[in-house]
Design a protein around this ligand. Sequence first.
Ligand code: GLN
Length: 475
Amino acid sequence: MRSYSSFSEIQSDLKAGNLSVKALVQAYLDRIEQSKHLNIFLEVFAPEVLQKAEMLDAKLKSGTAGKLAGMVIGLKDNICYKDHKVSASSKILEGFTSIYNATVVERLLKEDALIIGRCNCDEFAMGSSNENSAYGNVLNPLDTTRVPGGSSGGATAAVAAELCLATLGTDTGGSIRQPASFCGLVGVKPTYGRVSRYGAIAYASSFDQIGPITKKIEDAALIMEVIAGKDEFDSTLSDKEVPPYSRELKQDVSKIKVAYLEDCLEKEGLDPEIKKRTKGVIEQLKKAGHTVEPVRFPFLDYLVPVYYVLTTAEASSNLARYQGLNFGYRSKNATDMESTFRKTRSEGFGKEVQRRIMLGTFVLSSGYYDAYYAKGQKVRRFLQNKTLEILSNYDFILLPTTPGTAFKFGENSADPIKMYLEDIFTVQANITGLPAISLPMGKHSNGLPFGLQLIGRKLEESKLFAFSEYLLNNF
Ligand code: GLN
């Protein structure tokens, strides 16, 4: 089978009769089989998806198929799909089967998307390299000695290795955008409250969002159009109508004003080639007549600490439910209730998850609550206000997605602080709840890709996609 990088290519081949959904699915399944060494899929729903493909071919013939018919999608292993296993790549959810569909899954299925399997990730979405999975490392398909990024490492590698057309990941602090940067793809973190979190296994509920990972903007826009919008199961969702993003990509972007954060470009640790490319795009945009101006944001050093204070607090509360009684794994060595809790959690959770639960319990504990958690909330509000101030004058903030390109296995894992600093440019969008996208706009002399990032105004995804399309096509 030829390789496909966009849904429209698939659709035109289906229409022309050069391709059937069944043949497409079979080709993806074959490729998954050949790519097993990358450890991307934890499970492939092979017989089921082939059967559905056949039904879809019939539906397409009779003209009754939904708008995603022929789109083959993978799910990060923290998104629930009814009657299918889901584990958040944790031992503690071993053997657990979803009893309902996440809203995003429900909406994809309704439009006849095919879900081919579940993708490896960092345990409970905590990590930046996929090295925290209970099911082993995912290899970066572009260079197997390197990490694919995380925590949606499998979901991103799946698209890069063309094992499916698109995937859904989750992004709490960069987990869609950072691996997209490392694998040369488009990754979208929607506005907080744009996409339902119902059925996404919670990590830090006031930060988490589900979003697409694709090769092309048009496909990310189309998927967003299907999955976004009001949901009675998630009260944090906006009532605002979802625009037809995929049909608004050609809107006029000539008057767009862009800010860039000088402090980001001056940040030590930023790879010089990424810095140069970011500056190059800024200059090109100016030449093309756009207003692109530097702004100060001397608060970068607060972003990662405040992210880790607040997300660990939320995680310690969210993960309290895994105690060996209701879900998945239960320790065989437990003798009473307390030892069931203690042993199940010690044996079932990996090191990083345990570290974060303990940190979170600490920042919430009486005596420290005011000093850490309450203070963290205030700092979060301050950072939100400062970011919104910038966006009251500009449509977008342009910045790198990651300080470097994909790193080698083991390079950062001995030092959690070093690993946490991977998130320096991505957490701002989650702290503020704003939409952000990583665009594959860089190629390093080491041969690896890297991304540039745009942060937009609240719920202005339509403009974000249109400007992204313009950037990708012209710069
Ligand atoms: N790398 C970040 C972390 O480890 C982001 C995770 C995420 O977005 N889920 O928390």
